[in-house]
Every structure is written in C-alpha cells, then in structure tokens.
Design a protein around this ligand. Structure first.
Ligand SMILES: NC(=O)c1ccc[n+]([C@@H]2O[C@H](COP(=O)([O-])OP(=O)(O)OC[C@H]3O[C@@H](n4cnc5c(N)ncnc54)[C@H](O)[C@@H]3O)[C@@H](O)[C@H]2O)c1
Length: 358
C-alpha cells in the first residue's frame, strides 16, 4: 500500500449513518484499486453529540477533524432537538465545525443525469447538459458584517446589515474558483452587483487583477439578477460560477433544483486545511432507519473529497462515471423512482455503483 489518508467520519443524525456507510464502501473500493489506505475515525456531531456529550460539537470531535486530511459528514438535526436553546441545537455544531476547519469556499456541483431529466422542473431540452459548479464565499459578506437594530427618535424601528469584504477574503475564494474552473471546462463566471454595490466593485476589480494569473481560464462578469434568470433559461451556458456569500446562498439553492432530486447532490467546503464533504440534503427524519435514503449525494461527495483534498482526481472521475452508469442502467432509490413500487434500497444502490466501479 502507498500513502495513508486520515478521514474523519461524522455520521450525525437521521439518515446520516446510512449514507456515510455507503460513502465508506465506495471510498474503500477506490482505495483498493488505487493502492492507498484510509485510516478512518468516527466522531460525534449534532443531535447524537448533544445526547451523549451535552454539546453539538464536542472537543474530541474538534481535535480529530483538525488533525484529519478530510472530513465526511452525513447530516445533523431532527425534531428531538428543535426545542433546545440556540447553542444546543445540532445546526450550531455544523457552524462551529465549519469555523474550526476554516473553510471559506463552498463548492456545489450540479449535473443533470440524462436518465433523470424527467424529474427536472425545467423542460428536458433546457435541463439537458447542465453541468455547473457554484463556488460560494462562506465566511464573509452580509452574514458576518456589522449589524444593528434600533429605533429612530420618532420611535420608528430600523435594522441594518453590512456587506463587508477585504481584498484578501475575495482573492482566496477566487483562487478556489479559478482552480475549480481549471479542473473543468475552464470557464469562470464571476457574479456580483457591481452596478450598485461598492463591495461588488471591489470583487470585480480583484477578479480582473487575477485574470492574468490564469490565462487558460476564460472569465466573464455577470450581475446576480441576470445570472438568476439565466440559470433557469440557459443553465448549460455556465461552467463555474464564483460569487459572494449571500448571492451564492440563493443561486446554489436555485441551481440545486435543476436536476430534480436533492438526494443526488454533493458539496465540498474547503479552505487551507482539511476539507469538509457532505451531501446537500438534511437528516431526513421522515425516512431515517428505513434503508431507503439515496446515498448518491454522499458517494459523489466522496468523489469531491478525492479530487479536492486527497489528490486522486482519476478516482473521483471513476466514481462519477460509475454513478452515472448506475443511473443510466436504471438504478433508482425511492426518491428517484417516481412512485414506482420497485426501487433499490440504500445498500442496493451502493452495490449498483460498486458494480460499475469494478
Ligand atoms: N447539512 C445538514 O446537516 C442539514 C441540511 C439541511 C437540513 N438539515 C436538518 O435536517 C432536518 C430535516 O430537514 P428538512 O426536512 O428540511 O430537509 P431534508 O433534506 O432532511 O429533507 C427534505 C425532504 O427530502 C427528502 N430527502 C432528503 N435527503 C434524502 C435522501 N438522501 N434520499 C431520499 N430522500 C431524501 C426527505 O425525506 C424529505 O422529504 C432538520 O433538522 C434540518 O435542520 C441539516
């Protein structure tokens, strides 16, 4: 065996443990094929951590993730913990985890699988060929800027949030955007509102200054309103979209519905240390423990982990091809089966992917 990688597993709540088990089987399979080894460790996060340790992100989990090469997360949350105080909610654990890892760029690829085009809310000819990645700034902008609420002298209430970015915050996420474009079709769309906002004009200036460092990547600017429109009218026109936090939050959810199923979408959150990889869906308490969760979002997150943290891009390509082949061959979990009585369970879908990997 060649190199060894340390992967921290955070199954979390609900369907989290089921989809993590699927991701591990696929990661093990490519590790065997490519002769590297994985050292796994499993840790508590979210509701299960509140139950066992009294807090959603225990110190043991924190120590383990920062020493890992990459982190694979299932999902957190559920009705059992919805009534606790804010800092004792599972979601607080997720925010603390992202902060501990210093992940400032969120990558969300959205690909239309030809065999699933019928599930898209868009007409098939519009959805066909969609293959876009949104790179969203994750730790700055209006969600983290200064804020104030109060009352004017006449008693009228006001509230204020500030969209604030420094040059270096913009630059580091743009680096991730340019690098992602390099690994794909080498087209980058930078999205802003430079006709109105100073923070966007700074963003655009930094993009223009960086262009010469990436002569192989073609760059265009788009305003966020027009980008939102084009995402549903001609989504195949985009390759990588890079944008600030608030715009990216909205555009990535818009893009997520293009393919018609939340269960197949992966995500990566990266910075300068270990990356965090997770499906975009939540803990789906309504189907927990039934072995019916779609594992493909997690399996495709494993592919992102291999590409962006572990340095095995060919293994990532193979996993993506195996998922595509399994779907093309008719493999469907219940969420993709459009009401049909026959569908694959979580472990069976995982085996369908493994069969195409072999
Ligand atoms: N990153 C995270 O951990 C994360 C993200 C979103 C929501 N949540 C939490 O998850 C809990 C449930 O939230 P929600 O219901 O709004 O969102 P959800 O994504 O958990 O579920 C939405 C719907 O999609 C279905 N679904 C989700 N993932 C699926 C999969 N892999 N296969 C098949 N069907 C799937 C569910 O059954 C449900 O009907 C809440 O506590 C919420 O806070 C966590």
């Amino acid at each position: 065996m060649g190199q060894s990688m340390r992967v921290a597993l955070l199954p979390g709540d609900g369907i989290g443990p089921d989809v993590i088990a699927a991701g591990v089987r696929v990661l093990d399979a490519v590790a065997r094929q490519d002769r590297f080894s994985i050292e796994y460790s499993t840790h508590l996060l979210g509701g299960v951590a509140i139950d066992e340790m009294g807090e959603p992100f225990p110190a043991q989990t924190r120590d383990a993730v920062i020493r890992s090469d990459a982190v694979l997360l299932g999902a957190v949350g559920g009705p059992k913990w919805d009534r606790g105080p804010g800092h004792l909610r599972p979601e607080a654990g997720l925010l603390a985890l992202r902060k501990a890892l210093g992940v400032y760029a969120n990558l969300r690829p959205v690909r239309a699988f030809p065999a699933l085009l019928g599930a898209s809310p868009l007409r098939e000819e519009v959805a066909r060929g969609v293959d876009v990645m949104i790179v969203r700034e994750l730790t700055g902008g209006v969600y983290f800027g200064e804020r104030q609420t109060g009352q004017l002298q006449d008693g009228e209430r006001f509230a204020r949030d500030t969209m604030y970015y420094t040059e270096s915050e913009i630059r580091r996420v743009l680096v991730k955007g340019f690098e992602a474009a390099r690994l794909r079709k080498k087209r980058l769309t930078s999205v802003d509102k430079a006709n109105v906002l100073d923070s966007s004009r700074l963003w655009r200036a930094v993009v223009d200054e960086m262009k010469s460092e990436y002569p192989d990547v073609s760059v265009e600017h788009a305003l966020v309103d027009s980008c939102a429109m084009h995402l549903v009218t001609r989504p195949h026109a985009f390759d990588v979209i890079v944008t600030e936090n608030l715009f990216g939050d909205i555009l990535s959810d818009e893009a997520a519905v293009l393919t018609g199923s939340i269960g197949v979408l992966p995500s990566a959150s990266i910075g300068n240390g270990p990356g965090l990889y997770e499906p975009i869906h939540g803990s789906a308490p309504d189907i927990a423990g039934q072995n019916v969760a779609n594992p493909l979002g997690t399996i495709l997150s494993v592919a992102l982990m291999l590409r962006y943290s572990l340095g095995f891009p060919e293994a990532a390509d193979r996993i993506e091809a195996a998922v595509e082949a399994a779907i093309a061959g008719g493999a469907r979990t219940r969420d993709l089966a459009a009401g049909a009585a026959a569908f694959l369970h979580t472990d069976e879908m995982t085996e369908a992917v493994l069969a195409h990997l072999a």
